[in-house]
Design a protein around this ligand. Structure first.
Ligand SMILES: NC(=O)c1ccc[n+]([C@@H]2O[C@H](COP(=O)([O-])OP(=O)(O)OC[C@H]3O[C@@H](n4cnc5c(N)ncnc54)[C@H](O)[C@@H]3O)[C@@H](O)[C@H]2O)c1
Ligand SMILES: O=C(O)CC[C@@H](O)C(=O)O
Length: 468
């Protein structure tokens, strides 16, 4: 197809884009055509650089100080990048997200259904972290918005922090350091312990729990773990069948579970009562999993001898003095007054290594989804991908059709596509939605307009994207 044809097609689809914003990504504009030589350096010689339209049209909003590696990768794709070091207040987020095609967040930004419904052009969300509880995944799927995260790039960082905290709590290093910073020399060994031979209880034996298990055993700790699924143990770690069994037998209890309705206050007064006297509690998962007022009470009576917290029910939107206060969590001043309490500002995954690999991993996944429709690794979409189109496949269009997962859709869609030459096709479903990807060859400008118009009339469509 000539560049002139592309332009004509672009213009006609631009009207479509205006009529149903976000319903279609159209052919590349002339600006895209001019950038093909540059883009080809990213692809092997005969792979076609698939773009929804001129990448200069793609707008990406990055919040919460997403790593520079991601900014570089998106800019290298030619996308427009709008970057903020912090999360945004809801009203400002609603304004900024209105016309972007992709948004990158970390753990603070809440992408509710209400916010997502206002993002008319949004096709993809990147959680530059592990947790995805901050996104209404089901609502995103219903709106045809794919969500990607980084499933384990910061697991090691969290595990190393927890190992450090086990020792710091057992030796009361935090208090000794604070005392010495203020001139007090307090050389004591009372209630200070080696960790070798002690028992670490891990609640949630996933990526982080397992990493921690190996590190803990190398320090001479015995490891037991509780999980809602049966998981093969590493080393000599043992899975226990109830949470109570873990609590009764652990000297250190650490939480590595996601934020779910079931994990809310998984440690509260009854659980603290079930613990060994003088046990230690570590939480680097989500702030909602520990009932902190109950923890404070357990510490006041000596049942819990120390605690390390990296996450909190409410956390500041950005760095700054005075940000962590009773206004945010009413028990703050009580918590900070307790001895042997180690508080960190959600830095479990905050290492150069973790943030750099997360930036690369998630930005690459988003770029592949925007440019090729590849949803492999998505946390809320069917995982669909097709091999890349080749440069010599110039009259081929890639159809991306996200639809309600109801019977009869594939028949309708294939009736539309089978009037043309379907070179390859793949579809899969996941809960309420399904995703079909098809490469249609030997098409001209009229064919593509017809395919779009016919698909756009189907009642089950959620979102259509056409890529060249
Ligand atoms: N502090 C930080 O900076 C930081 C960094 C990374 C992850 N996190 C948090 O840690 C959590 C865990 O991370 P991960 O990568 O190990 O996740 P993961 O999904 O690999 O592992 C979570 C484990 O918890 C188990 N689980 C779920 N519900 C449970 C329950 N009710 N009781 C017991 N076990 C349960 C799961 O079966 C799974 O094995 C993430 O969801 C995230 O919220 C925090
Ligand atoms: O980097 C963050 O803000 C979140 C880190 C962590 O909680 C995660 O979910 O990976």
């Amino acid at each position: 197809m000539s560049a002139l044809d592309m332009n004509n097609l672009q213009n006609s689809f631009q009207q479509a884009l205006n009529v149903s914003p976000g319903a279609v990504s159209t052919s590349p504009t002339q600006s895209f055509m001019n950038t093909i030589p540059k883009r080809l350096e990213n692809f092997n010689s005969n792979q076609k650089a698939l773009k929804p339209f001129s990448t200069g049209d793609i707008k990406i909003l990055l919040l919460e100080n997403v790593n520079q590696t991601a900014i570089d990768i998106f800019k290298n794709q030619g996308y427009q990048v709008d970057f903020y070091k912090s999360s945004l207040p809801e009203a400002e987020l609603a304004e900024k997200i209105k016309d972007v095609h992709a948004i990158g967040i970390r753990s603070k930004t809440q992408l509710t259904e209400k916010i997502l419904q206002q993002a008319k052009n949004l096709v993809v969300v990147g959680c530059f972290c592990i947790g995805t509880n901050q996104v209404d995944l089901a609502a995103a799927a219903r709106l045809g918005i794919a969500v990607f995260n980084s499933p384990f790039s910061n697991s090691r960082s969290v595990a190393e922090l927890v190992i450090a905290e086990i020792i710091i709590l057992a030796r009361q290093v935090g208090d000794r350091s604070i005392e010495l910073h203020t001139g007090t020399w307090n050389k004591v060994s009372a209630k200070c312990w080696e960790v070798r031979g002690k028992t670490l209880g891990i609640i949630g034996y996933g990526h982080i729990g397992a990493q921690l298990s190996v590190l803990a055993e190398s320090m001479g700790l015995h490891v037991i773990y509780y999980d809602i699924v049966t998981i093969m143990s590493l080393g000599t770690a043992k899975q226990v069948s109830t949470l109570d069994e873990l609590l009764n037998n652990s000297d250190f209890v650490t939480l590595h579970v996601p934020e779910t309705p079931e994990t809310k206050n998984i440690l509260s007064a009854p659980q603290f009562a079930a613990m060994k006297h003088g046990a230690y509690v570590i939480n680097a998962s989500r702030g909602t999993v520990v009932d902190i007022p109950a923890l404070i009470q357990a510490m006041k009576v000596g049942k819990v001898a120390g605690a390390a917290l990296d996450v909190y029910p409410q956390e500041p939107a950005k760095n700054g003095s005075g940000a962590f206060s009773n206004e945010l969590n009413k028990w703050t001043s009580e918590l900070v007054s307790l001895p042997n309490v180690l508080l960190t500002p959600h830095i479990g995954g905050s290492t150069e290594e973790a943030q750099s690999s997360i930036g690369i991993e998630v930005s690459t996944a988003l770029s592949k989804y925007i440019n090729e429709g590849n949803s492999t690794g998505s946390v809320n979409f069917p995982e669909v991908s097709l091999r890349a189109l080749k440069l010599d496949q110039e009259n081929t269009v890639r159809v991306l059709y996200i639809h309600k997962n109801v019977p009869g859709v594939l028949k309708t869609v294939n009736n539309i596509l089978s009037d043309h030459n379907i070179e390859k096709q793949f579809s899969d479903s996941n809960g309420e939605i399904a995703y079909l990807m098809a490469d249609i060859s030997s098409v001209n400008q009229d064919d593509i307009k017809l395919i779009y118009d016919q698909l756009n009339e189907t009642t089950e469509k959620i979102r259509i994207r056409l890529l060249y």
